[in-house]
Ligand binder design. Structure first.
Ligand code: MIC
Ligand code: SF4
Length: 621
């Protein structure tokens, strides 16, 4: 039997295989970081004592926190720039664009492994790379030349048939798939696309699909490298990076899904979860207050061609605020040169910086109870900065048409070809800096070294500090947004905000009790890769998270920082007294308040057990 594309890339990067635990250790060719996770990742890298990175390419982007309200963000940027220069990392300055968009344009290569400290790193898989999101410490280890360990993924083959109809978008393909598979359906799986429909999708469309594969909890997504990939690399003036790559015809998938593109219609992820999917036709009487077009999911030139085709000669509805953030300098230059920017301005759009911006709650928070249509990838509770807002995730086409009409509208059947895709793609390097290995690292006062954590021990007592339901996101655990992001390099300060959107007293309660556990149900820790969602609770004295199941990246982050993830479905309320004891073989959890005991086989690998025993990965260096 032949191989899937996923297994071809994994096999060509295999360093070792842990058959007993079903894990693969793979070589990482390229890494990327962004500012909000990068400061931690580089503090960790520096603590290894190496003099330069050992990857083929590492890139440090500044795109998340560019508000600079106070000295903190700008200090972070300076730190990142000097670290990059000293240790051999390419630096992408604030203003150059969103990490995933720029990485796709400038660096991602077919057949390469890319590890990024951001959950949407798989965007780069749109060119046939295998790009994976991870916590900062895992990326720091990869920069130090260490292999990255993953659960050997199940490969889901998604067969795409036929061609999308006019007005239906790549975004609708992935929203549809998330509706089918749910936000936990992709955990420890790679989603591999194949079939005749693949060749009808350009690289930016494939990147949109791979990007939002993160919302399935998938390890990654992947497309073949074919004629379309070559075309994309040619227009990006890096044809030499092309290699053809595809699955063997006789390869078989662990799971199979077929999507007939010709039958899809525009869809939306409704509040507050990407898998709460409905057809746009079912939502068409909903009045819209805000429309935002951008983010790493939909901010390519390709997207703006569609948007401008809809907005040409039109004005947005008077009750709608339309914000547009081009994904990169390149996209901004192109829409400027090709007349698209004029169309957007004449329609009444507000042009935002090429950065994550409102996607991570950095500005543009909607009004109380407002309906906000966004071309982004996450609509988790509170993420927009307004807890009562209703955020719908939609395609750029739906967003633009709805901005004009003032209510959710379907573009099905609209021909959107007012502007050409066949234009020059400028190579924008003015905000990209190659390392000179000469800088000294500059560390402002808000950048604090990571606290040292003691091991939790093999037997401990703790109180339940919070008891939660299914699908708790890292946005619940460690909110982002304009108020909190400035403290991403300061664990003590950021820990004040843990669970603050849903439980204001959490951090104070933890500090008073000193030893705590978190109890939750399915898919705990879905969403972002931010390791702060593990480090800050650890700082507050959390020793274990007891959940029915965990999201991949977050589980690893917990272990990396010495918190024990226990996969158990237990009944427990706030302040219940819990006793945990574990060895290599068994874990026992006793709820002393209710007198119930739960026991299970310890499913940590030897390596993970060792990390918990010593208090986390940083204590091993
Ligand atoms: C996100 O989309 O939630 C982020 C912000 O990009 C995160 C990273 C972070 O929290 O810094 C992610 O997706 O990993
Ligand atoms: Fe930035 Fe949003 Fe993409 Fe995260 S999802 S990288 S915040 S644009």
């Amino acid at each position: 039997m032949g191989k899937t594309l996923t297994m071809k890339i994994l096999d060509s990067h295999l360093v070792s295989e842990d058959l007993e635990n079903n894990k693969l250790n793979i070589k990482i060719d390229q890494t990327l970081t962004q500012d909000a996770t990068g400061t931690m990742a580089y503090l960790e890298f520096i603590s290894f004592g190496l003099d330069r990175v050992k990857t083929e390419l590492s890139v440090s982007y500044v795109d998340h926190n560019t508000l600079q309200n106070g000295f903190m963000n700008a200090d972070d940027h300076k730190f990142l720039q000097t670290v990059a220069d000293k240790y051999g990392i390419v630096f992408s300055k604030a203003g150059n664009g969103i990490c995933h968009q720029v990485n796709l344009e400038r660096f991602a290569k077919p057949g390469r492994t890319i590890l990024g400290s951001d959950s949407h790193t798989p965007t780069s898989s749109g060119v046939g790379a295998l790009a994976i999101g991870a916590g900062g410490l895992d990326v720091a280890c990869a920069m130090a030349g260490m292999p990255f360990s993953i659960v050997k993924p199940k490969v889901v083959g998604v067969k795409l048939l036929n061609k999308l109809r006019d007005g239906v978008s790549a975004k609708d393909i992935i929203i549809h798939l998330i509706g089918l598979m749910t936000v936990k359906g992709g955990v420890n799986k790679v989603i591999e696309y194949y079939g005749d429909g693949v060749k009808t999708l350009s690289v930016p469309e494939r990147a949109t699909i791979c990007n939002m594969g993160a919302e399935l909890g998938a390890t990654s997504s992947v497309f073949p490298s074919d004629e379309e990939t070559l075309k994309f690399l040619k227009i990006q003036k890096r044809e030499e990076d092309y290699i053809p790559l595809s699955r063997d015809e006789d390869s078989e998938y662990d799971e199979n899904i077929t999507i007939d593109l010709a039958t899809l219609e525009p869809e939306a992820s409704c509040p507050n979860s990407p898998d709460n999917v409905k057809k746009i036709s079912e939502l068409s009487d909903i009045k819209v207050d805000q429309v935002l077009i951008g983010s790493c999911t939909n901010s390519s030139y390709y997207d703006f061609v569609k948007v401008a085709s809809i907005l040409k000669g039109k004005k947005i509805h008077k009750d709608v605020s339309l914000g547009i953030a081009p994904g990169s300098q390149q996209v901004l230059q192109m829409i400027t040169k090709n007349g698209i920017l004029d169309v957007l301005l004449e329609a009444g759009a507000r042009i935002l910086e090429s950065a994550c911006g409102p996607c991570i709650g950095m500005g543009q928070s909607p009004a109380t109870d407002a309906v906000s249509l966004r071309t982004f990838n996450r609509n988790f509770y509170g993420r927009s900065g307004t807890n009562s807002a209703k955020v719908y995730l939609v395609s750029p086409e739906v967003a633009a048409l709805s901005a004009v009409n003032g209510y959710i509208s379907s573009p099905l059947g609209m021909k959107l070809n007012e502007f050409s895709l066949d234009v020059d793609y400028p190579k924008c390097d003015s905000l990209l800096y190659k390392p000179t290995y000469t800088s000294e690292v500059v560390m402002g006062p808000n950048i604090k070294m990571i606290p040292k954590f003691e091991p939790i021990g093999n037997k401990f007592e703790a109180k339940v500090m919070i008891s939660l339901e299914d699908n708790i996101t890292t946005d619940h655990i460690m909110p982002a947004g304009a108020k909190v992001l400035p403290y991403r390099s300061n664990i003590e300060k950021i820990s004040e905000f843990v669970f603050s959107n849903i439980d204001e007293g959490f951090s104070k309660r933890c500090l008073e009790n000193k030893s705590g556990v978190i109890v939750a149900k399915q898919n705990y820790g879905q969403g972002s890769s931010r390791e702060h969602a593990a480090i800050a609770p650890r700082y507050l004295g959390i020793k274990a998270v007891i959940a029915t199941s965990f999201a991949r990246i977050h589980k690893k982050n917990l272990i990396n920082f010495g918190i024990l993830p226990i996969e158990l479905d237990i009944e427990a309320k706030l302040y219940d007294d819990i006793e945990v004891s574990f060895d290599e073989k068994t874990i026992t959890v006793t709820n002393k308040t209710t007198n119930k005991s739960y026991s299970k086989e310890n499913d940590l690998t030897e390596e993970e057990y060792k990390l918990i025993s010593v208090g986390g990965l940083l204590n091993t260096f």
